[in-house]
Design a protein around this ligand. Structure first.
Ligand code: CA
Length: 100
């Protein structure tokens, strides 16, 4: 899926902050880490998608795609704990998943 398509979909998402559940930054991070189901210290694409589904994202696949685009800095196909995870939490915050 191209970038423009993604932007179009994002911009037509109605009231994105109203439909998703709110968590603090710490809860959000904990949620993502809970979805590291095989406990290998990094989030795979499927693990992250499951987390966004849990967070009631309307478009978990798009969220995951954008999150990887933005946060998988070394492009190894995983969101590694540490800076990539921090960046993921920041991205999720931008999407309106937190209350603060
Ligand atoms: Ca990575």
């Amino acid at each position: 899926m191209g970038r423009l398509q993604l932007q179009l979909i994002m911009s037509t998402e109605p009231n994105p902050k109203g439909v998703e559940i709110s968590l603090t930054r710490e809860q959000l991070k904990q949620t993502f880490m809970n979805y590291d189901t095989n406990k290998d210290g990094k989030l795979s694409w499927d693990e992250l998608k499951s987390a966004f589904k849990y967070l009631k994202s309307r478009f978990p696949i798009i969220r995951t795609e954008l999150a990887f685009h933005k946060c998988d800095k070394d492009e190894n196909g995983y969101i590694d704990y540490g800076k990539e995870m921090d960046s993921l939490v920041a991205y999720a915050e931008e999407c309106g998943f937190t209350i603060t």
